[in-house]
Design a protein. Structure first.
Lengths: 287, 325
């Protein structure tokens, strides 16, 4: 009996330790590459090749930062602004459009509604690469190719946002509120704008954040649509610079520094809006 | 009442004069439908222009091709070519090897991703992990790193001379070429895994939080250990999330483009037609063969639909056998 008492906790502490070690190793796996990026951003070109990554001998963070914004006549600053414009404006507008549609799917009844919703869901799984060539041909047919709009309009389309919008509407906007507004004589759209939209706030932020990430990550569409480097987003700009780095090693430090800066906006957005997207993830998966 | 609505009601329907109560109800219904239309119109305008028309165009293009009469010196005309482009795509060894590459990639990547992220979520949910919130944030961080930048970081970590990883291996007298013939695919799997592991972990963790505590307590009372509780009680209860994660991982996996595209700048092992998506890009924008690119797109689309359908069918059948038990 006493022997069992002393042996019982041992496998449990062992299991506890194993669990913590496994989680710690996984966290190292996800964090170390980012840490490498931070450290490498402070290296000169020569220090990048050869010297110990942890040594601070050739620390040149400030110079790399200066070089980054001076390279090719300040292209990087322009790309950064472009990315912000595509992502923030596109995600804001896209989220409004998707959530409004999701709300309508939830609150109104009409014929073939579920079939139409099925079409929306089907759109989620169509690969972007399938749409790229026709979109390019359409854009060149209307003269929009190689303009801001060629990238901006397609990224507004977010069928998954409609799906989330419908779920959020079910969860956050009780039907009784709409009935009350109708009895008060408020118009349908006024009710949506003044009452429902406010209740949908957290959902709207979640859809915004999903779409912000997607547009900031977008690489294929700009690559197809844009040839004018002034319109590039950061992703495509860094891709171009990296291809030059294989011939011209001076580009390495600026590509690394540019990558580091390009990571910051999304981290900032995720930290600031944390309590919204966490609820959004549950809504998307539990249903 | 109608004055407050901001849109014009649709034209009144002709018909027999209904009773007043009936008429107001009908008018209210019309107003509601009008508002519904206004709320849905922007999204469906997008759906038509950037989804339906492009898919239609892709299908159209795949059946038509440029014909160059007079030994290719005459002006090009567009003619109906039937399944010629499909035959060309499906007999092209580079396209087939691209399909094979993506199939292998998905076979390795999806199980690793689903099992890895679910295991981490179960570990974090077990309640024995210290600093749980920090661990979650650390695991989630790569999701904030854009795909192209994740590929860039790992490309540098794979490059001898820059990479501390390669250096470490070299000190242990191990030479690894991460971008060699047999290592390039695992290297790509690693990038994708690194990028999305934490995100899917959070999805699973959120679902696990929704599992009623009584269920878990009951299994503990029944004498199940923590491992059995995790595998036989919690895991079946988050099946919906598992299906969703597997589905999205599959859909994104089939589109494989960004990572190999970037790695191809430094590795001769990645051709310009490494994956079907790269094949489409190469056919459309390097070789300017639109009908070939369109046929490849349609094939990729059909593969995606078929596989997603198979996953839903398979899981709903599992659900049914579960219910029958």
């Amino acid at each position: 009996m006493s022997a069992a008492d002393t042996t019982l906790p041992r496998p449990r502490t062992l299991g506890r330790a194993t669990v913590n070690v496994v989680v710690a190793l996984s966290v190292l796996y996800t964090l170390l590459p980012v840490l490498w990026l931070v450290l490498a951003a402070g290296k000169t070109r020569d220090a990048l090749f050869g010297s110990n990554i942890l040594s601070l001998k050739d620390f040149s963070f400030g110079r790399n930062l200066h070089d980054l914004f001076a390279m090719d006549g300040g292209q990087y600053g322009r790309w950064y602004l472009n990315s912000l414009l595509y992502a923030v404006l596109g995600a804001a507008l896209g989220a409004l459009v998707s959530v409004a549609c999701g709300y309508a799917f939830d609150k109104y009844r009409f014929r073939h509604k579920e079939k139409l919703f099925g079409l929306v869901l089907a759109a989620v799984m169509v690969p972007q690469t399938v749409l790229a060539l026709p979109l390019y041909l359409m854009a060149s047919g209307t003269g929009l190719v190689n303009t801001f709009w060629a990238v901006f309009i397609p990224v507004l389309f977010n069928p998954f946002g409609v799906y989330l919008g419908r779920i959020f509407s079910q969860g956050y906007v009780p039907d009784e509120v709409l009935e009350a507004a109708r009895i008060d004589g408020a118009g349908e759209l006024t009710t949506y704008a003044r009452v429902a939209l406010r209740m949908l706030g957290p959902g709207l932020v979640t859809v915004f954040l999903f779409q912000l990430t997607a547009i900031w990550n977008n690489f294929f569409l700009p690559m197809v649509m844009l040839s004018n480097q002034d319109l590039y987003p950061v992703s495509l700009g860094l891709y171009t610079w990296n291809s030059q780095a294989t011939v011209e090693p001076d580009y390495y430090p600026v590509v690394i520094m540019g990558s580091l800066l390009a990571v910051l906006p999304l981290i900032l957005a995720f930290v600031l809006l944390q309590r919204f997207w966490r609820s959004g993830l549950t809504a998307g998966s539990v249903k | 009442m109608a004055a407050t609505t901001q849109h014009a009601p649709p034209a009144a329907l002709p018909g027999t004069a209904p009773a007043p109560a009936h008429r107001t109800r009908k008018a209210a219904r019309r107003r509601q439908l009008g508002a519904c239309g206004v709320l849905m119109a922007p999204f469906f305008a997008l759906l038509v222009t950037v989804f339906l028309i492009p898919v239609g165009t892709a299908v159209y293009l795949s059946f038509y091709g440029d014909d160059h009469p007079g030994l290719g010196f005459g002006a090009a005309r567009t003619i109906f070519v039937g399944f010629r482009s499909y035959t060309a795509v499906l007999t092209d060894p580079t396209f087939l090897s691209g399909l094979g590459t993506v199939a292998l990639y998905c076979l390795v990547y999806i199980p690793l991703m689903v099992i890895g992220s679910l295991a981490l979520a179960l570990l974090l949910d077990s309640g024995v992990v210290r600093l749980r919130a920090s661990a979650q944030l650390g695991l989630f961080l790569p999701h904030a790193v854009p795909g192209i930048i994740a590929a860039l970081i790992w490309l540098y970590l794979y490059t001898p001379g820059i990479s501390p990883v390669v250096e470490l291996f070299a000190k242990a007298d191990i030479t690894i070429d991460f971008l060699g013939l047999h290592t390039v695919l695992p290297s790509i799997v690693n990038i994708a895994l690194w990028s999305n592991l934490g995100y899917n972990m959070v999805v699973f963790y959120a679902a696990l939080q929704a599992v009623p505590r009584e269920v878990i307590e009951a299994s503990v009372v029944d004498g199940a250990g923590p491992v059995r509780t995790a595998l036989q009680v919690k895991t079946p209860l988050v099946r919906a999330s598992i299906v969703m994660v597997a589905m999205f991982t599959l859909i994104w996996g089939l589109q494989l483009f960004t990572e190999p595209m970037l790695l191809s700048q430094s590795s001769p092992m990645i051709s310009s037609r490494f994956s079907p998506s790269m094949y489409i890009y190469d056919a459309a924008f390097t070789r300017n063969n639109y009908s070939l690119a369109a046929a490849a797109s349609v094939v990729l689309l059909l593969c995606t639909i078929a596989l997603s359908y198979a996953v839903t069918r398979w899981t709903s059948r599992l659900d049914r056998t579960e219910e029958a038990r």
